[in-house]
Design a protein around this ligand. Structure first.
Ligand SMILES: [Zn+2]
Length: 364
């Protein structure tokens, strides 16, 4: 992906920086400049940001390497201005696994803070009066650098242990509840607490710290979407792809024209099509590709030249929730479904949503 800078692979996991991360340096530069700071101040502030994010990377490796112990791989670790994310390949389903994976991150920062504790004289700062303290800690210097780093690691632990999704504390809380109540009920309660805290942080932030208000919005949506996702997965439990797939659909031939496909889209509710040649799936014609090709090639061009031949095939007896995860993750969300190598259906997100609507309404 071009929007992220690759920092290389460590322990087999790619570490990358999202482009928005650089805004942080602009922001720090602006802050130091606006306070009339020197180049030296800018240097120590920048070094501080880099070091903190190194601690964040180690925190994420805490999650990723613990997840690996439980057989869950990590796609990558991405740094954003608001922190890091370890993109696990799947969500741990066993509450005990989830607990250990979630606490492993903050545990890394506790170890770092414990190590730094030997090098910083917390007592000296504690005994200073407010005025001297203001002078000593007014900005980051070579003298107080380690103290700042120590405090930042403590702050990372406290912040991450807030019991709200998408923070680690939310996962810890959910996993503890799930051991007693099951995953769905545990998620409902954990998400409810997360939303409650988010509203509280938002109101508090509006008056005292606007950054907190922004973070509160993230927390609210994080809690909300986690709850919806777990509930939907639960509704699909026990169902196969066969139960939700579309069985009435058009199949196009690669030698038909783009104009023919446009007519099909207008005449039906279909948007994407399976393209078959001699009983074999030749590819998929996506509406977005069709629209783009019409501009450059015109109506008479052949479907063959526009289809995507790099597609994924689902099987009728796979669990429905596995397809749901795939549909949510992929930017393409239209898949052929086969049984004994024969095309028998297609599946898209719309149909899964229809399935969920009827499941929740009638316990179908
Ligand atoms: Zn974490």
């Amino acid at each position: 992906m071009s929007s992220s800078l690759n920092l290389g692979n460590y322990a087999g996991i790619r570490v990358q920086i999202h482009w928005t991360f650089w805004l942080l340096f602009l922001f720090i530069g602006f802050l130091v400049y606006s306070q009339g700071g020197s180049w030296e101040t800018l240097f120590w502030h920048s070094l501080f940001i880099i070091t903190i994010f190194l601690c964040v990377v180690l925190h994420e490796f805490g999650h990723a390497l613990t997840a690996r112990k439980f057989g869950i791989g990590t796609r990558n670790i991405t740094l954003l201005p608001i922190g890091g994310v370890a993109n696990l390949k799947k969500v741990p389903e066993n509450p005990k696994d989830e607990f250990w994976i979630a606490v492993a991150g903050p545990a890394v920062n506790i170890v770092i803070a414990g190590f730094l504790f030997f090098f910083v004289s917390v007592d000296t700062y504690a005994s200073m009066d407010a005025e001297t303290l203001q002078e000593e800690l007014g900005s980051i210097t070579s003298g107080n650098f380690l103290f700042y780093l120590f405090m930042a690691n403590i702050a990372l632990v406290l912040f991450n242990m807030i019991p709200a999704f998408p923070m680690d504390g939310g996962r810890v809380f959910r996993s503890l509840l799930a051991m007693k109540l099951g995953r769905v009920e545990a998620t409902r309660i954990a998400a409810g607490l997360g939303k409650f805290l988010a509203v509280f942080f938002f109101l508090f932030g509006l008056f005292y710290n606007i950054l907190l208000a922004v973070i509160a919005v993230f927390i609210w949506f994080g809690a909300h979407s986690e709850n919806i996702m777990i509930q939907q997965i639960d509704m699909m439990d026990g169902y196969k792809i066969r139960d939700a797939m579309i069985t009435e659909f058009s199949v196009l031939h690669p030698d038909k024209s783009l104009g023919y496909a446009v007519d099909r889209i207008l005449a039906t509710t279909e948007q994407d099509f399976i393209v078959m040649e001699q009983d074999r799936i030749a590819g998929i014609l996506y509406m977005a590709d069709l629209a783009a090709a019409l501009k450059t090639r015109g109506r008479n061009a052949l479907i063959r030249d526009v289809i995507d031949t790099d597609f994924f095939i689902l099987k009728t007896d796979e669990p429905l929730y596995s397809a749901y995860r795939k549909l949510k993750r992929d930017n393409r969300n239209f898949f052929p479904v086969t049984e004994h190598e024969r095309l028998v259906g297609v599946l898209d997100m719309n149909n899964i949503n229809e399935f969920l609507t009827f499941r929740s309404a009638f316990d179908y």
